[in-house]
Design a protein around this ligand. Structure first.
Ligand code: GAP
Length: 511
């Protein structure tokens, strides 16, 4: 991960936010190559999920929405994390994450594991021992039962479960100072607040959206009526979302400002399961075929009952094997008719659909495949990063000393931020003007770079580091027969192609 972070800074993919002011924690700015890569991810997603399907349309809703939207969606009451403070060093920590990191499992599996461990170890279990030590009842078998049932009861309420575990398991330590003394956990709502207009009063308070989804739900009727789409159909949207995460981190993996690509797919309740499964297939295909990521680096994981969001009946995540462990990349939830029904209730507007064939009127159910843009960009960087050893002849050096480590970003040509570089062998006339002519020809169709500074070897290295799949070198032979050498980033092989053919060559390779 360190290598990726450093390459991103060095080569203009991702910079620390507000860097000249000392930064702002966990904000990141996408540089010239980062923004091209991100745009390519979004373009591929939009093309695959919206343009290439008859049953999908797009939307771009406002970030600021009427605050009642977030009351209806349940975010005002349920979108929170359990926050604890270390009493010694005052570090703020997400209690559930502290427990997860300690046990190396997701939170709800940790609770199940503790319960079965208590069954196995009985009065010897450290949490039971702590109860015996601090309680008035001194009967160990009574405490075994009591501790187990206490945990069972608290399973549904993460705040209460975090409190119980942190109080009774003294092995859980503050990651900053190592103390084991935490405050009671409290619910911390993740939505950012701001004020609309000049007066900062409660009546003017608005939230920055924590998910793009609600912009789609509130526009369901507008979109369905204007497009006359028949159910099943879906609406897709790409846009920023904001969450005041307690523990952001791991580079761009968890940030407070990020971007999502979300689909709300509306179905008749009776059809949800098959359609849900077909969307899971589509997500697999997008991962492997469209983005070209390795299947071995991903896995599906189902949320168990206790982990489900307040709106979901079934959720699966696609997890990716990040350098820091498996983590959520994308997800798919069956949101039932929860959101549309809530918006009907809170807005007073009917959000029903009339089936023209059966004449049935119903509130559609919804399947939601959701994708983090910024997380997908991080995965694209991780998948592409590679190092190999290359021999570069150096006068006066032994063969061993002439071997260099080459950093190469092996982006698929579709994702590569720059598709080709045009390099004149030498800066001066007549090679420079000819190379510029070729650059202009390609630049109308692709993101291409013109580079004339330094040795050709160094220029190839620079392009390898930003993942440019092809370099076209203009040399003296070009002036004679109108051919250039094309160098392939991955094989490093060079062949000559006619200048007339390079546009179609690139079109074929980047399709
Ligand atoms: N509308 C459903 C929803 O928002 P989510 O699992 O909370 O579901 C969807 O978020 C996706 O957004 C995640 O799979 C992840 O890719 C991305 N995401 C969520 N929180 C994020 C954060 N703090 N930083 C970066 N990406 C995030």
């Amino acid at each position: 991960m360190e290598k990726i972070v450093s390459l991103c800074k060095r080569r203009g993919f991702v910079f620390p936010g507000s860097e000249i002011y000392g930064g702002l924690a966990n904000t990141w700015d996408y540089g010239p190559y980062g923004v091209e890569l991100m745009n390519n991810v979004k373009k591929l997603w939009w093309s695959y999920f919206i343009h290439r399907r008859e049953d999908m349309v797009g939307l771009d809703a406002a970030i600021l929405m009427n605050p009642r939207v977030w009351e209806a969606s349940g975010h005002v009451t349920s979108f929170s994390d359990p926050l604890v403070d270390c009493k010694k060093c005052h570090e703020r920590i997400r209690g559930d994450k502290l427990i997860e990191e300690n046990f190396g499992k997701d939170f709800f599996t940790c609770i199940d594991d503790i319960i079965s461990d208590i069954e196995k170890r009985g009065a010897e279990h450290p949490m039971v021992k702590e109860n015996i030590r601090t309680g008035t009842n001194k009967d160990p078998s009574w405490w075994v039962k009591e501790t187990r049932s206490d945990l069972e009861k608290r399973k549904k309420n993460s705040i209460s479960a975090v409190n119980y575990i942190l109080k009774h398991d003294r092995s859980l330590k503050c990651p900053k100072c190592g103390a084991s003394d935490f405050t009671e956990s409290r619910s911390f709502n993740l939505m950012f607040k701001t004020y609309q207009g000049v007066i900062e009063e409660d009546a003017a308070m608005v939230y920055l959206r924590p998910e793009t989804a609600q912009g789609i739900f509130v526009n369901f009727k507008n979109v369905q009526q204007t497009t006359r789409k028949k159910i099943p159909f879906g609406i897709g949207q790409i846009g920023k979302a904001f969450r005041n995460e307690i523990t952001p981190g791991n580079f761009t993996f968890r940030t407070r400002e990020f971007e999502q690509m979300e689909i709300e797919y509306f179905v008749h309740e009776s059809k949800w399961k098959n359609i849900y499964d077909s969307w899971r297939e589509n997500m697999n295909t997008f991962f492997v075929q469209e983005l070209g990521f390795k299947k071995d680096n991903m896995r599906w994981r189902q949320h168990d009952k206790d982990e489900l969001s307040h709106y979901s009946k079934e959720t699966w995540d696609i997890e990716y094997q990040f350098p820091f462990g498996w983590g959520e990349l994308w997800g798919i939830a069956y949101r039932t008719d929860y959101d549309l029904k809530q918006h009907e209730e809170f807005s007073g507007e009917k959000l029903e659909y009339l089936d023209p064939e059966t004449n049935e009127k119903f509130v559609p159910h919804c399947i939601e495949p959701t994708f983090g843009v910024t997380r997908t960009v991080l995965v694209a960087l991780l998948e592409a990063y590679d190092e190999d050893q290359v021999f570069t002849e150096k006068p006066g050096k032994t063969p061993q000393e002439s071997v260099e480590t080459r950093v190469v970003m092996r982006f698929s040509p579709k994702l590569a931020p720059v598709k080709a570089a045009v390099l004149p062998l030498m800066k001066k006339e007549p090679l420079g003007p000819k190379a510029r002519e070729i650059f202009q020809l390609l630049a109308k169709h692709f993101v291409v770079e013109y580079d004339e500074s330094g040795s050709v070897g160094k220029r190839y290295r620079r392009q390898d580091e930003i993942g440019t799949p092809y370099c076209f070198t203009v040399d003296f032979q070009t002036l004679e027969d109108d051919t250039v050498t094309v160098r392939d980033r991955d094989t490093m092989k060079q062949e000559r192609v006619n200048v007339k053919e390079i546009l179609s060559f690139l079109q074929d390779k980047t399709r």
